[in-house]
Design a protein around this ligand. Structure first.
Ligand code: HEM
Length: 493
């Protein structure tokens, strides 16, 4: 349903001039993107206050359009999705790590891969990982002792990394102590450092300029610009890209995954892990072919990266928010205790209903991914404005989650916002932790199974003494992590 305060875009009548769009004040030298997390968050809070459907900001000299209302976010992500691509920055940064995996690919490759992989991520096949999720969380709980000082965010990262490692590669003791886990963490660290950097913006501008010049020239000159554009898909000019630690991390990822692929083949593709399923998947509507080894490698790394940091972050905030709200913490514990000593295996929505609402509300307040960067592929009308091709349009998940009209008192942690009758009053696109439209998160069922199971499993075993008087600020890198982690002392229950 539509939110009552939103201005409706005029879909009939002539498109309005872009000059009439409200402009957001700059927050830093880069324009709408400050250098610090606090500047970035402050900008998005301002976005949340806008009543206009669409506003304009800038990144360096480039205009950027920000949908403000859920209706206009819906236009960009869902109804007009065909006219948009992801902005190329992510693709460049993830070039060596995730290559042409689902997160970064576009066009027909993305469509084929999404179709082939969707069946693996439906709610029913995902249920098979419930035991793994509980066992990994139990193992983490077994390692803790009364009086231990821990960082909850570090623990949830280890758990989420192990869960996805087991699901993908059927390896039991997979965490950042594993060399593959460590290599991926090194490579992700480099991605984090370059995200939104002026060097990345300049790199993408160079890539676009080469493309534009290729369009305007012919013959050998055209081929030269096309090659240059192609080469610029790789981030070879970005700072730190030749760091030996990064290079050896990427080499290790390549070698380890190729070895696992070879092992699976030798064993006759009989294992039950996602890697084997990727190797055996076929596109029934296409040429009925398997993916190449390189494509399987890219998809495996993509799933590994996309599938642990996000869930771990959402879980860490869930524990922190519960610690600051003792009555809600008791309620979540009571729900976990209701399982007695039996395993929390099947995620039954009626049984982990409150933990699910806690997890959802934590993702509202601290969406692991804060922004969805898009670029128009062609001229397209949004909110009644005609945007030219190659316009940058950024949907702020964070701003949607802090709109007062959708979430009264948005600073309050209130899992009851997710009671069905209250949820039904909001526009669907008011809640976007997993995005919306064709590019929405393929791992949503996985994450929504894992979050409540891990939360309940740990709550059942231990009390985590977290200094509730200390406000933890978010740190916006690749995900909206708790800055400095979530320090806690483990106490017996
Ligand atoms: C709380 C946990 C998670 C959150 C908040 C989350 C969030 C998101 C978001 C917002 C996107 C869309 C990005 C965009 O459109 O620019 C996305 C895409 C994706 N996510 Fe997740 N994710 C989570 C867990 C997972 C898990 C567990 C997996 C896999 C095991 C996964 C795999 C992917 C993949 C492959 C894509 C790209 C999909 C495509 O473009 O077709 N995610 N995720």
């Amino acid at each position: 349903m539509d939110s009552p305060h939103a201005q409706q875009p005029s879909s009939d009548g002539p498109a309005r001039s872009l000059d009439s769009l409200p402009r957001m004040p700059d927050v830093g030298l880069l324009g709408s993107f400050g250098f610090t997390t606090q500047e970035r968050l402050a900008f998005q809070r301002k976005l949340a206050e806008q009543t206009a459907p669409l506003v304009r900001g800038r990144v360096m000299h480039l205009p950027v359009y920000f949908p403000c209302t859920p209706e206009v976010a819906h236009e960009v992500l869902v109804t007009r999705a065909k006219s948009f691509e992801k902005s190329p920055g992510f693709r460049v940064l993830l070039h060596y790590l995730a290559g042409q995996g689902l997160f970064t690919s576009e066009g027909s490759l993305w469509r084929t891969q999404r179709k082939m992989m969707s069946t693996l991520f439906q709610p029913q096949p995902i249920q098979r990982y419930a035991d793994t999720m509980r066992e990994v969380a139990e193992r983490a709980a077994d390692r803790m002792k009364d009086g231990d000082s821990i960082d909850v965010a570090h623990e949830t990262t280890r758990i989420a990394m192990s869960v996805v490692g087991k699901a993908l590669f059927d390896v039991d003791t997979f965490d950042e102590a594993d060399s593959l886990g460590a290599a991926l963490t090194t490579a992700l660290g480099w991605v984090n450092r370059n995200l939104g950097s002026p060097a990345l913006v300049a790199h993408v501008l160079g890539m676009d300029a080469a493309g534009a010049l290729a369009d305007r020239t012919s013959g050998r000159v055209r081929t030269w610009f096309q090659d240059a554009q192609q080469k610029l898909e790789a981030p070879f000019m970005l700072p730190g890209v030749r760091d030996p630690a990064l290079l050896s991390a990427v080499r290790l990822v390549d070698d380890r995954i190729q070895r696992m692929i070879d092992d699976r083949r030798k064993q006759g593709l009989t294992r039950q892990d996602l890697l084997t399923m990727l190797l055996t998947a076929k596109d029934p509507e296409g040429a009925n072919e398997h993916m190449s080894d390189k494509q399987v490698r890219d998809e495996a790394v993509t799933l590994f990266v996309a599938g642990h940091e996000t869930t771990a972050t959402a879980l860490a905030w869930s524990f922190y928010l519960l610690a600051r709200n003792p009555a809600l913490l008791e309620k979540a514990r009571a729900e976990a205790d209701a399982f007695g000593d039996g395993p929390i295996t099947k995620w039954d929505p009626s049984k982990l209903e409150f933990c699910t609402r806690v997890f959802r509300e934590a993702m509202r307040m601290y969406p692991p991914l804060m922004l969805l960067p898009r670029r128009t592929l062609e001229p397209v009308e949004v909110a009644g404005y005609q945007l030219p091709a190659k316009s940058l349009v950024f949907v702020s998940i964070y701003a949607q989650h802090y709109r007062e009209d959708a979430y009264p008192d948005p600073e309050a942690f209130d899992p009851d916002r997710w009671l069905p009758e209250r949820e039904a009053l909001r526009h669907r696109t008011s809640y976007l932790p997993f995005s919306a439209g064709p590019r929405f998160c393929i791992g949503v069922h996985f994450a929504m199974l894992e979050g409540p199971i891990v939360l309940a499993t740990l709550l059942r075993r231990w009390r985590f003494e977290i200094d509730a008087s200390r406000k933890i600020e978010p740190d916006d890198f690749a995900t909206l992590r708790p800055k400095g982690g979530v320090p806690a002392v483990v106490r017996a229950r």
